[in-house]
Write a protein that binds this ligand. Structure first.
Ligand SMILES: Nc1ncnc2c1ncn2[C@@H]1O[C@H](COP(=O)(O)OP(=O)(O)O)[C@@H](O)[C@H]1O
Ligand SMILES: O=P(O)(O)OC[C@H]1O[C@](O)(COP(=O)(O)O)[C@@H](O)[C@@H]1O
Length: 329
């Protein structure tokens, strides 16, 4: 099997570190760094780090890339052995600003290069011709201006017809369209705020997250993962429901933690893992990435050690759900 990541709207992340961000003030920054990013690119980057392990799976990056500033992407793909299937288009890939101060990270994300339906269809055609039975397609991130907002639903139907499974991580209108499409993804990984936006209600606690996950499961999504930053994440499938969490001391950057988690879910699915292994591996990926500046994993031994440390709590098992349903009858 292969893992195919899809990024219609990649980004170069420019991370500026300063003491305290004050709106309207002049700041002196301590440090600035840039890295090739965007959701599917980050997922591919973490998966490539993991693929040097015994259980690694080949990864290819699909999507669109501005030809005027592609060099950091070229270097990343070459350095990590990621198959580069991104279509170059005229213009510059957006630069997203990440302002890191002692209170956290402030994200300023731009729109991206405007495209027309034809460009989106070119990506779809490349993917359709590459995808095969048992592959996993990771559809990730926002969509650039001009891209049909229902492209993820269209792609899901087409890739499923080729025998691939679909993991979706997006937000806003593309998420709404994908969840209302006739072809639902096999796996979704929204964060708490993205899902709250879609539902139109806050998700303040575990009970609310579990309800929301069940709502998606009833629609037909097999595995629902809702990430909640430092509160960890909830994982719900036919096997039951789990929360998983790991505390970390020093955080280098929270940018890309969700993408690392998606990479961990993909790596676990490639192993044919149980729900608990999915929760452990993806939480370990996310927390391991928090200690790194860009979309990278540390040495594999460190990731494996974190897998053992993840705090798991079972909220439901398939047996408890069946017996509760029986009692209700
Ligand atoms: N401050 C943190 N402490 C511990 N774990 C964290 C922290 N921030 C993120 N994580 C881990 O990374 C995962 C993804 O982070 P989250 O912020 O929810 O995703 P996204 O980047 O998509 O918004 C979380 O579910 C959690 O496991
Ligand atoms: O595609 P979007 O939603 O605009 O997000 C793009 C941004 O998200 C990132 O992929 C990071 O995402 P996460 O922090 O959610 O993992 C950045 O690299 C990028 O700047």
């Amino acid at each position: 099997m292969n893992i195919l990541t899809v990024t219609f709207n990649p980004a170069i992340d420019q991370t500026v570190t300063l003491d305290r961000l004050t709106v309207g003030a002049v700041h002196r920054a301590h440090q600035v760094r840039q890295n090739a990013g965007g959701k599917g690119v980050n997922v591919a980057s973490c998966l490539a780090d993991w693929s040097t392990s015994d259980s690694g799976t080949p990864v290819a990056a699909y999507g669109l890339l501005g030809s005027d500033n592609a060099s950091s992407f070229d270097a990343l793909f070459a350095r990590k052995g990621i198959a580069d299937r991104m279509i170059r288009i005229p213009g510059s890939t957006r630069v997203n600003l990440k302002l890191v101060d002692d209170a956290g990270t402030t994200d300023i994300n731009l729109d991206g290069i405007a495209i027309d339906r034809g460009r989106a269809e070119m990506v779809a055609a490349t993917l359709e011709s590459a995808a095969g039975s048992g592959d996993l397609a990771v559809l990730a991130g926002s969509l650039p201006p001009g891209c049909p907002p229902d492209i993820y639903g269209t792609l899901t139907a087409a890739l499923r017809a080729k025998g691939a499974r679909i993991l979706l991580d997006t937000s806003g209108l593309p998420l709404t369209c994908a969840l209302e499409s006739a072809a639902l993804p096999d796996v979704v990984k929204p964060n708490r705020e993205e899902l709250a936006d879609w539902l139109g209600r806050a998700l303040p606690d575990t009970a609310a997250l579990l309800d929301a996950a069940h709502e998606l499961r009833r629609r037909g999504v097999a595995l629902v993962v809702i990430s909640a930053g430092e509160d960890g994440a909830i994982f719900v499938s036919g096997e039951g429901a789990i929360t998983a969490k790991l505390t970390i001391g020093d955080i280098a950057s929270t940018v890309g933690a969700g993408d690392a988690m998606v990479a961990g879910i993909a790596a676990a699915l490639a192993e044919g893992a149980s729900l608990e292994r999915i929760a452990r591996l993806s939480t370990a990926f996310a927390v391991a990435k928090l200690g790194m500046a860009g979309p990278n994993l540390p040495a594999l031994a460190n990731v494996r050690a974190l897998v053992e440390d993840v705090a798991i709590q079972w909220l439901e098992t398939s047996e408890t759900k069946t017996s509760m349903a029986g009692e209700a009858e």
